[in-house]
Write a new protein. Structure first.
Lengths: 121, 552
């Protein structure tokens, strides 16, 4: 499963794609499963045209974890939560089930975001 | 402290206005991100994981109270109430919005601060000994020369698009608190044979992917020739530096490829073509800059303060603070006070807005309106009267700023790591917090003595892990956070690059491994040996065994 993410231009906040618009919570993000890869690519293409709204739209892998869904890569989990040294800063401040599931997720993989970043350098 | 004149102030206002227009054009879609990114970077604005990060230059780590208060105000107004001190004596705000940045730059400009050249392939903020103008060891005040270089390098047309970023550090003392040997150019003030002032010039040190302790290419450069010589160094680099490969683009790669002698020869050849009259600073201008640092008059005080002696006899906490955080001053009756931003469990180098204001108040009332940031991510009150130490200590204690751990095991340097940084592979802050908790007992920390632990979340080495007594590098091993330990580095006058201890460790194994290293050291040290001395005497083996035998 995949989710489309980016940073919002005006404030840098992490955002996720949901049916043609950008939302702030990972829990609200639109899920693209393997059967709908074309839809995911179409969302990426659309996201990339919104240059005055977001920067660096890219797909991330997500997986089922205890209590919900979470990005596979820990980099993306930190983006979806906020810094781990300040548990009240960033998205994690709202708390709730989605945040708890993200906090307790294990397993890791390289983030496509970082790979893209390195490629661009 | 150097005071901006009308020209400096107009320049900053213009620059801020220019950026305001650039932001507006970006938001309106008139500039693409590819066009805008270099412009925002030139103003210190990065996009990190959660938000934009603004890196504000603190020239040679020196602030007055008004500036520190303004930084506190920015932290409170535009961030989440804190700022992070960096290993290049700058401050970073982690939660900045693009739309607010022009206002922040205006607010900085009002107090003679800016974010120019805190990013990009240009000459970055010049760093210096945080004890400048206060330590008795000093041959000359490095701030004078840092300020000369700052003015000269700001928006220098020839050196704004170098092959890669360029960092200069200066010390006026033989004890190196500025890590000059691991900078692109390191300058050590020296006396010549006839007592004249000059520099030992070190070129091509650095950390990152390919660490080097820089070689000396000029043992003695007459001080008044500084600008022409630095110009020659940069010209040779600008001409021959590797622009084709970002990993080989720093000057250290060029110096290593040519050899220090050949590089020095090419610099001398270039230097010979430069007109001293055009390139070097006129004596009158140097005198103007120097006058700005002419010290506020110190009071004439006895070397011993009876009130301080009486207070510390009654207070073990003050006694401990005096042992670890109070350093000798050149002026009788004064002391240099280090303010630790490494309270146990705290994020290394973070200061809250409230703490910045306390530091500003103390600087204003008790330290001749002078506050410093160190490359070890702490603060310094450089000119405190011994008589005032008890009250300063009490104020610091009240605000969580009196941790008596300077250069001890819990005084850990850590980059922001994967908690904030888009480039990081692994987190650095939680590792530092874990380790600091292991050494929370102050008696034990003092018994262990000087131990510099430094953590970087990626190979770029912002956390100076290569020059740590115990260095920790976060790596991405098949997608997991892993940590590689190295021993025996030093960023001081005895500079060296650490050696890798062995296979990487998972996050939960790092603090126990450090504990094992320290236990091994305590078992084999002789006399007053520091951890680094013991390592240099015995090598890696006993330490390797301590960490890995146990892990099996």
């Amino acid at each position: 499963m995949k989710v489309l993410t980016a940073n919002r231009l005006i404030d840098g906040d992490v955002v996720f794609w949901k049916a043609g618009r950008w939302v702030e919570g990972f829990g609200e993000a639109e899920l693209f499963d393997e059967a709908h890869e074309a839809d995911a690519e179409a969302a990426v293409a659309k996201g990339k045209t919104q240059a005055t709204t977001v920067i660096d739209a890219y797909l991330i892998d997500v997986a089922q974890v205890e209590g919900g869904l979470a990005p596979v890569s820990y980099r993306e989990r930190i983006r979806a939560l906020g810094p781990t040294n300040e548990p009240t800063h960033g998205k994690q401040a709202v708390g709730g089930e989605v945040i708890e599931a993200l906090r307790h997720a294990h397993g890791a993989a390289r983030s496509t975001g970082r790979v893209d970043l390195i490629r661009r350098k | 402290m150097y005071q901006y004149d009308v020209i400096d102030r107009e320049f900053l206002t213009d620059r801020s206005n220019e950026f305001r227009h650039q932001v507006a054009r970006r938001l309106a879609g008139e500039l693409t991100e590819d066009q805008f990114k270099p412009l925002r970077l030139m103003n210190g604005l990065y996009l990190q994981l959660h938000a934009y990060m603004l890196r504000v230059a603190i020239p040679y780590g020196s602030l007055n109270a008004r500036q520190a208060r303004r930084l506190a105000w920015i932290a409170r107004t535009y961030d989440k109430g804190y700022g992070h001190m960096t290993t290049r004596q700058n401050i970073q705000f982690n939660w900045v919005k693009l739309k607010d940045t022009p206002d922040i730059l205006d607010a900085l400009a009002e107090v003679d601060l800016h974010a120019i050249q805190t990013s990009g392939n240009c000459i970055r903020n010049v760093t210096a000994d945080p004890y400048a103008g206060a330590t008795a060891e000093e041959i000359d005040d490095p701030r004078v020369w840092s300020e000369v270089l700052r003015q000269w390098s700001t928006l220098h047309p020839e050196f704004s698009f170098l092959p890669r970023k360029f960092k200069i550090a200066i010390t006026g003392a033989l004890s190196d608190r500025a890590a000059v040997k691991v900078h692109d150019i390191g300058l050590i003030l020296r006396h010549g044979r006839e007592g004249q002032i000059g520099f030992e010039v070190i070129v091509g040190g650095g950390q990152g992917r390919t660490p080097y302790v820089g070689p000396t290419i000029k043992p003695f450069l007459p001080a008044e020739r500084l600008l022409s010589y630095v110009e020659a160094v940069l010209r040779v680099y600008n001409r021959h530096g590797r622009r084709d490969n970002i990993y080989k683009a720093r000057i250290k790669i060029l110096v290593a490829a040519l050899g220090a002698e050949e590089f020095g020869r090419q610099v001398d050849e270039e230097w010979g073509k430069i007109s001293a009259e055009r390139a070097d600073l006129p004596a009158a201008e140097l005198a103007r800059v120097r006058a700005a640092f002419a010290q506020t008059k110190f009071e004439t005080l006895p070397a011993r303060s009876e009130s301080f002696e009486a207070a510390r006899a009654l207070s073990p906490a003050l006694q401990r603070f005096a042992r670890n955080n109070v350093k000798p001053h050149k002026q009788s009756g004064y002391a240099i006070v280090e303010v630790s931003l490494k309270a146990i469990g705290q994020t290394p180098g973070d200061a809250t807005a409230d703490q910045l204001e306390v530091a500003a108040d103390l600087a204003e009332r008790y330290s001749l309106d002078d506050l410093r940031v160190t490359h070890a991510q702490n603060l310094v009150l450089p000119h405190v009267r011994l008589d005032d130490l008890p009250v300063v200590h009490a104020m610091l204690e009240k605000h969580g700023l009196a941790t008596a751990n300077i250069d001890l095991a819990s005084d850990i340097i850590a980059c922001p790591g994967l908690d904030y940084c888009a480039l990081a592979n692994a987190r650095a802050i939680p590792i530092a917090q874990d380790i600091a908790r292991k050494f929370a007992d102050p008696d034990r920390a003092e018994k262990i003595g000087e131990l510099k632990i430094k953590i970087s979340g990626c190979i770029n080495a912002c956390g100076h892990h290569h020059v740590a007594h115990i260095g920790i590098l976060g790596v991405d091993k098949k997608g997991e956070e892993f940590y590689q330990l190295s021993l025996g580095g030093s960023g001081a006058e005895d500079a060296s690059i650490g050696k890798i201890l062995g296979p990487g460790l998972s996050a939960d194994k790092v603090a126990p491994a450090i504990e094992s290293l320290v236990e091994a050291y305590l078992a084999i040290r002789t006399g007053e040996e520091r951890f680094l001395d013991t390592y240099r005497r015995v090598g890696l083996e006993p330490f390797k065994e301590a960490v890995y035998a146990q892990a099996d």
